[in-house]
Design a protein around this ligand. Structure first.
Ligand code: ADQ
Length: 475
């Protein structure tokens, strides 16, 4: 088997195989361990010098080499905070109103990608297979090709891809689209994203389909496919079972005092629709007086990207909404929303999911949303909670037992919460069973293997749309 090279914006700490590591990091490390390889990306640190060789720290763990690259302050501002998080992130989440297209940031983005390519090119061996992760690194393959690298290179986008007319609002859209054509395989979370992307290529005259899933751009042939990411299902379930003995989880159970628990867990990000979710919960409280004093909504939201102004503003708004709702509905012995602004350990999180009666996962737009999958994996088979899920999360394309909602429609999302609380046990079990089977079959290892197989072999990629059995949808 050829050696695997993974490139991602951030590289997890090499020794982190424990409870704090997410499923993705664990799965990629497992693939790297199987084949031997290299993981390259930003260290998260600021470079003390601009001497390239001094910016790279290499660590070897068994048969995996971790290459951690420091970035200068200017690189971080332009490439990461600027172009990646203020232009691409909002644009690809359909938020043109929040996108900031700055020429200097764009130059910085392409410059840092060229820098990563220079470092990587020096370490590539002829048979290596390269797998690039996410929107920070779109131009990497083009930069590697320009340096004469002919190895197989795949790209996976973890976030959504919008329709052409949204994407074309980006002034440098053509340059980015062209960059994609240097890959051998471009993977998206779900078929809708892949279809939007293909439409962008075709409308710009940059590619045409030659056979199912295979496209031709100039002289290059490459594949486009949908590979919905999974979680470490079995592992997460056993963590959730164990977590019933966790002290913090027990404290939570006592403090609930037999109230129903609704749980929301998200990074603080406008794509997650946290403010809208609180407003939907408010509608539920207004329309269901009998629920007062009988439900607790726990929202766990660690801060992220606080250096980006839109995030600081959003943080204030959500805290105000929570405060206002609590002010209006609280009683001396009941607070309707518990809003927590910090990270919770994975084990604790799993225990809280298991205890919850409703998982409220209502992003305005999300590539997949692993919280939805983790909530399902954590449930008790004999008494599972209900997943209330946004139709705009990629996960809605797979989790057919969820109660689907439109997060922009607070009235009906509030109604869905009321319905979920009343749902009979038999229906809860049937819905949960179907979702759990899906997650067992299509876990993160399946995702990893199916992507690499499509990249390395002549096989067709898994089909888009209804021909792919992995896609199902709740009604
Ligand atoms: P994210 O936007 O970060 O990921 P998500 O898929 O939900 O969103 O993954 C978040 C992870 O962080 C989950 O494993 C979750 O348990 C954990 N997490 C969230 N809040 C936490 C908290 N308060 N404390 C501790 N852990 C917390 C991006 C895309 C998604 C896509 C993933 C993977 O935006 O759409 O599903 O990548 O491809």
């Amino acid at each position: 088997m050829s050696r695997l090279i993974v490139v991602s914006n951030r590289v997890p700490p090499p020794a982190d195989k424990g409870a704090s590591a997410g499923g993705l990091a664990v799965a990629l490390q497992a693939a790297l361990r199987d084949r031997g390889g290299l993981w390259l990306g930003w260290s998260g640190e600021t470079a003390a010098t601009e001497t390239e060789s001094e910016q790279i720290k290499t660590r070897v763990e068994g048969n995996i080499t971790f290459s951690l690259v420091d970035l200068t302050k200017r690189d971080q501002e332009e490439y990461y905070s600027g172009f990646a998080n203020r232009a691409l992130w909002p644009l690809l989440h359909y938020r043109l109103d929040l996108a900031d297209f700055d020429r200097r940031d764009t130059t910085g983005y392409f410059r840092v990608n060229a820098f990563f390519a220079r470092i990587l090119a020096a370490q590539i061996q002829p048979d290596d297979v390269i797998w690039v992760q996410d929107y920070h690194l779109i131009p990497l393959a083009a930069e590697l090709r320009a340096r004469g690298i002919t190895n197989k290179i795949g790209f996976f986008l973890h976030i959504p891809w919008p329709p052409a007319d949204v994407f074309f609002a980006m002034p440098w859209h053509r340059r980015l689209l062209e960059a994609f054509t240097s890959y051998d395989l471009v993977g998206f979370q779900i078929d809708y994203d892949a279809e939007n992307f293909v439409n962008c290529l075709v409308r710009e005259g940059l590619g045409r389909e030659t056979s199912r899933g295979t496209f031709k751009a100039g002289e290059r042939e490459f594949k486009i496919g949908a590979f919905p990411i999974g979680i470490e299902t079995a592992e997460f379930t056993s963590v959730a079972v164990e977590a019933e003995h966790n002290a913090l989880v027990k404290r939570m159970a006592v403090s609930l005092n037999n109230r129903k628990l609704i749980i929301g867990v998200d990074r603080l990000d406008y794509s997650k629709g946290i403010d809208q979710r609180m407003l939907a919960y408010e509608r539920f409280l207004e329309n269901t007086p009998s629920a007062h004093g009988k439900v607790t909504y726990l929202q766990v939201t660690p801060k992220s990207r606080s250096d980006v102004p839109e995030y600081a503003e959003m943080q204030r708004e959500i805290a105000e909404t929570a405060g206002r709702i609590n002010g209006a509905f609280s009683d001396i012995d009941w607070v309707p929303i518990r809003y927590i602004n910090r990270t919770v350990k994975r084990t604790t999180l799993a225990g809280l999911f298991r205890m919850a009666d409703i998982g409220l996962v209502t992003p305005l737009r999300d590539g997949m949303n692993l919280v939805a999958k983790e909530f399902v994996a954590a449930q008790k088979p004999e008494d599972p909670g209900v997943l209330v899920l946004s139709r705009f999360a990629g996960a809605a394309r797979e989790l057919d037992g969820a109660v689907l909602v439109n997060p922009y429609d607070m009235e009906s999302t509030g109604g869905a919460i009321a319905g979920a609380i009343e749902m009979p046990l038999e229906e809860r079990i049937a819905r949960w069973r179907s979702m759990y089977d899906q997650l067992t079959r299509y876990d993160v290892n399946y995702w990893c293997e199916s992507f690499l197989k499509a990249l390395e072999t002549q096989h067709n990629v898994p089909a888009f749309g209804s021909q792919n059995p992995q896609f199902r949808q709740a009604s």
